[in-house]
Design a protein around this ligand. Structure first.
Ligand code: URP
Ligand code: ZN
Ligand code: ZN
Length: 466
C-alpha cells in the first residue's frame, strides 16, 4: 500500500476551508485530520508533501473540451496527449471531452473513434459527452445504450446549419428520450438559421474582418435560442444544461427559468469573463484569435455573468477548449470571418483565471472550487470520486500557491497552440503540485506524469437535480 500525507495546507473545498492534513492511500483520500492533531501525528507514509502556506484543493474538472476535433475545415490543435498534459499543468485532473456523431453514422461509431483517440494518451482521467448531429429513430435508441455505459450527456446544436444543427422537432425528440433515460441535454443555444442570413449579408457588404463574427452572432439570437431550448425542455420534461453562455440576455432567460424552479443549468467560460469584443476588434487579423461561438460580447455583459456565478444561476465554468493555431488555421478566414475556425485555447488557464477572480473579489474561494471542481463533477455524474477531497474519493489534489505571480504567455504555456488568448496577463496564484489518483503528475512545477496514466471514467447520470 502506498501512503502519502499532504501536511500544513489550507484545505479548500466547495463546502469548507480547514487547516487539515490529508492522508492518501492507494490513490484514494483515506482521511482528513486537524493539523497537528494526535490522530494526524499517528499517520505514517511513504512520502509527505509540505503544503505550508498553500491551498490544498480538489483537482479541477473541465467539463467542456475539444481535443483532436475536426471542425471548420481543420482540426483542433491539441491531441488528447498534449491537451491533458496542459490541463494537468493548470491544475485540472479530469476533462469531459465531446465525442462526435458524424451525420448519417451511428453514435457508437463516433464514440469508438473518440475512445481510440484518447486511449493510452491521457495524463489525467477523462470522460465523454456525445454530440448528436443527426437525431433519428436509430440514434434515439442508441442514447439509451450510451447512458447505460456511462455516456450520460448529449450536446445538441441550434447553430451551425448543415454541420451539427438540429431542428426543434429533433431537439424535442432527443429531450423526450433524455427525460426517459436520465441523460442530460447540453445545448449550444444560438439561432443558427438567422445567423447564417446575417453572415451572408455581412459578407455581401464587404464586412469580412473578424469583428463581424461578433456582430452577426447577436446577443438576442443567443437569448432567443436559450428561451426556446428552455421551452422545449419544459415540454419534454427534461433537465437542460446550456453551454458557453455569453450574453446578459441569455443569463436573464436562465434566471427566469430557475426562478420558476425549472431544472435548467448554465455554464460560462473564462473567455466571456475576461475577454470582450475589444479583442475581436484588435487591429489587422489579430481578432481571429478570439473567434469562438457563442462569441465574445461587449465587456458590459461580464457583470451579469459574474452575478450569475455568485447567485448560482450559472453553476459551472468550463473552458470550451478548442484551440486552432493562428498560423495556418485561424488564417483560413483571412478574407472571410465565417471561415475562421471557431474556438479558443484555455484548458491550462481556467483554474488560475478563476483564482484571479477570487483575488479580484468576484467570487469567494469556496465558490471558485464549487464552479471549477464540485459542481461540474456533480452535474456530470462524477461525484463523489471527483471534485472534492473526501474519504473514499480519488486523490485528485492540487497544491496551489495563492501568492505566486505569473504572466500568461504562449512562450510558457503547454497547450499545443501558437498564441495565448491571455498573452501578458498577470495572475496571482499558481499550481505547484498535482496528484491524479495519488500519482504525482506535476511535482513542484515539473511534469512527472505520463501518457496513459489517465483512465476513461464512465459517468453516472446528473447528480445535480433536486
Ligand atoms: O467556438 C467554439 N465554441 N468551438 C467549439 C465548438 C462548440 O460549439 O462548442
Ligand atoms: Zn457549442
Ligand atoms: Zn464546445
Amino acid at each position: 500500500m502506498t501512503r502519502t500525507i499532504i501536511s500544513g495546507g489550507l484545505v479548500v473545498t466547495a463546502a469548507e476551508e480547514t487547516e487539515a492534513d490529508v492522508l492518501i492511500e492507494d490513490g484514494e483520500v483515506a482521511a482528513l485530520a486537524a493539523r497537528g492533531s494526535a490522530y494526524a501525528q499517528g499517520w505514517t507514509a511513504d512520502r509527505t508533501i509540505d503544503a505550508t502556506g498553500k491551498y490544498v484543493i480538489p483537482g479541477g474538472v473541465d467539463a467542456h473540451t475539444h481535443f483532436d476535433l475536426p471542425f471548420g475545415g481543420t482540426a483542433s490543435s491539441d491531441t488528447f496527449e498534449t491537451g491533458t498534459r496542459a490541463a494537468a499543468w493548470g491544475g485540472t485532473t479530469t476533462v469531459v471531452d465531446f465525442a462526435v456523431q458524424s451525420r448519417g453514422r451511428a453514435l457508437r461509431e463516433g464514440l469508438d473513434t473518440w475512445h481510440a483517440k484518447a486511449e493510452g494518451k491521457c495524463a489525467i482521467d477523462y470522460a465523454f459527452h456525445m454530440i448528436l448531429s443527426d437525431v433519428n429513430e436509430g440514434t434515439l435508441k442508441e442514447m439509451d445504450l450510451l447512458v447505460a455505459e456511462g455516456i450520460t450527456s448529449f450536446k445538441l446544436f441550434m447553430a451551425y446549419p448543415g454541420v451539427f444543427y438540429s431542428d426543434d422537432g429533433q431537439i424535442l425528440r432527443a429531450m423526450q428520450r433524455a427525460a426517459g433515460n436520465g441523460g442530460l441535454i447540453m445545448m449550444h443555444a444560438e439561432n443558427g438559421i438567422a445567423i447564417d442570413v446575417l453572415v451572408e449579408q455581412a459578407l455581401a457588404a464587404g464586412r469580412t474582418a473578424p469583428r463581424y463574427h461578433g456582430e452577426v452572432r447577436k446577443a438576442l439570437l443567443e437569448a432567443e435560442a436559450t428561451h426556446r431550448a428552455i421551452a422545449l425542455a419544459r415540454v419534454a420534461g427534461s433537465p437542460l444544461y446550456v453551454v458557453h453562455v455569453s450574453a446578459e440576455e441569455a443569463v436573464a432567460e436562465l434566471v427566469r427559468a430557475r426562478d420558476k424552479g425549472l431544472p435548467v443549468f448554465g455554464e460560462t467560460c473564462p473567455q466571456y469573463l475576461f475577454l470582450s469584443t475589444d479583442n475581436l476588434a484588435e487591429p489587422g487579423f489579430e481578432g481571429a484569435k478570439y473567434v469562438c461561438s457563442t462569441p465574445l460580447r461587449p465587456r458590459e455583459h461580464q457583470a451579469a455573468l459574474w452575478r450569475g456565478l455568485r447567485t448560482d444561476d450559472l453553476q459551472v465554468v468550463s473552458t470550451d477548449h478548442c484551440p486552432f493555431c493562428f498560423a495556418g488555421q485561424k488564417e483560413l478566414g483571412r478574407d472571410d470571418f465565417s471561415k475562421i475556425p471557431n474556438g479558443l485555447p484555455g484548458v491550462e488557464n481556467r483554474m488560475d483565471l478563476l483564482h484571479q477572480a477570487v483575488v479580484d473579489g468576484h467570487i469567494s474561494r469556496r465558490r471558485w472550487i464549487e464552479i471549477a471542481c464540485a459542481a461540474p463533477a456533480r452535474m456530470f455524474g462524477l461525484a463523489p470520486r471527483k471534485g472534492s477531497i473526501t474519504p473514499g474519493g480519488d486523490a485528485d489534489i492540487v497544491v496551489y500557491d495563492p501568492t505566486a505571480r505569473q504572466t500568461l504567455s504562449a512562450a510558457t504555456h503547454h497547450m499545443n497552440v501558437d498564441y495565448s488568448a491571455y498573452e501578458g496577463k498577470q495572475i496571482t496564484g499558481q499550481v505547484e503540485t498535482v496528484l491524479s489518483r495519488g500519482e504525482t503528475v506535476i511535482d513542484r512545477r515539473q511534469f512527472t506524469g505520463r501518457a496513459g496514466h489517465g483512465r476513461h471514467i464512465p459517468r453516472a447520470t446528473c447528480q445535480y437535480l433536486p
